[in-house]
Design a protein around this ligand. Structure first.
Ligand code: KG4
Ligand code: ZN
Length: 339
């Protein structure tokens, strides 16, 4: 008989995703339907539009994931259904949760709720050799900027996070101000390659100590600089902004690695696609003599394969969840602060 697999569903923000993942974390299929085009005209994700789009997309995305994995509805080789229960947009989460519960009920298989952040922490495991704890994950997306220490299976510590804007949010806001469209990260990343990173003197907030981040002042500084000198080349603005973000992210990530004597630094989240960040963190890791795990771009951004990986861990360690499990938009990782 073929390997037992888990059907995973992710709808926490603006990606409708489903995947089939085997118990030994082999990804049989991973389907992601991005809603970026629906939200681009509004310069960011519109929760109401996201929820409605998930309703329309969930069924075909799940069907595609099953077909690509050579599994059928109610297949006895599907051991359980895992789904993101938080954190995220409540309307979006509810669509995935309701769908997963309905399928689990109809197919009479266990249902497992997964923390989206734990999914990101498992993403690297799907592509690289097993990481040995302790290791540090820098999770940088449009919604989160976090340094998380993994000390053992399921044992996480939040070392630091942004006290205001997430890194991706800062990218998107600066890009919007410069008329570069949404999402802004890829546009700034590309333009930065043609600009002078020293053209603007920009602040590196909270760089000198600690593990928390602040990007709101940087964004304001960029806007002030452009207001003062509208003739500034956009490429120079992009390069200077990016240099400041990457400098702070890499400095703090490596400080965290040193603080817990980590074996590796792992990247996750949409901003982990950034070419300059990937290069700078790889170089810093070589210098520090630790492993650097850079998941592929599709594994960095929201996907259901990572929810499948975290789902297997949850299912094996804690069993299934009751159908009364509800969406929790501010679900935490039950993290404790180091210090
Ligand atoms: O993880 P993600 O797909 O969605 C969530 O926010 O959960 O991350 C999206 C964010 C956006 O803010 C986008 O501008 C940023 O990731 N991003 C980038 C790059 N590609 C995407 N930021 C910097 N450089 C990139 N190449
Ligand atoms: Zn995410």
């Amino acid at each position: 008989m073929d390997a037992l697999a888990l059907l995973a569903i992710e709808t926490s923000c603006d990606e409708t995703a489903a995947a089939v993942v085997t118990e030994d974390l082999h990804v049989l299929s991973s389907v992601i339907s991005s809603q970026i085009e629906l939200h681009a005209a509004f310069g960011g994700v519109v929760p109401e539009i996201a929820g409605r789009a998930h309703v329309a997309l969930l069924e075909p995305v799940v069907a595609e994931a099953l077909e690509r994995a050579n599994r059928s509805a109610g297949d006895p080789r599907i051991a359980a259904i895992a789904v993101t229960s938080g954190p995220g947009l409540v309307g979006s989460l509810l669509v995935g949760l309701s769908g997963a519960k309905a399928l689990a009920y109809a197919w009479d298989v266990p249902f497992v709720g997964v923390n989206h952040l734990e999914g990101h922490l498992f993403a690297a495991q799907l592509e690289s050799e097993a990481l040995s704890p302790p290791y540090v994950t820098l999770l940088v997306s449009g919604g989160h900027t976090m340094l998380i220490a993994t000390l053992g299976p399921g044992d996480y510590r939040l070392m630091g996070q942004s006290i205001d804007d997430a890194a991706g949010e800062a990218y998107d806001k600066v890009a919007r101000y410069c008329g570069l469209g949404y999402p802004g990260g890829p546009a700034i990343d590309q333009l930065a390659g043609e600009g002078d990173p020293k053209a603007l003197k920009l602040p590196r907030a909270m760089k000198a100590e600690g593990f928390d981040f602040s990007f709101s002042g940087l964004k304001t500084s960029v806007i002030r600089s452009i207001e003062k000198d509208p003739s500034l080349a956009v490429a120079d603005v992009a390069a200077s902004f990016q240099a400041a973000v990457v400098d702070v992210l890499v400095t703090k990530a490596m400080r965290a690695v040193e603080a817990i004597d980590a074996t590796a630094i792992v990247l996750g989240g949409g901003v982990a696609a950034n070419s300059s960040l990937r290069q700078a963190i790889s170089e810093a890791a070589v210098e520090a003599g630790v492993r650097c795990a850079l998941p592929s771009l599709t594994m960095c951004t929201d996907n259901a394969a990572m929810i499948g990986a975290a789902g297997w861990y949850r299912f094996r360690s804690f069993g299934s969840d009751p159908f009364t499990l509800s969406a929790n938009p501010s679900l935490s990782l039950e993290l404790e602060h180091l210090s």
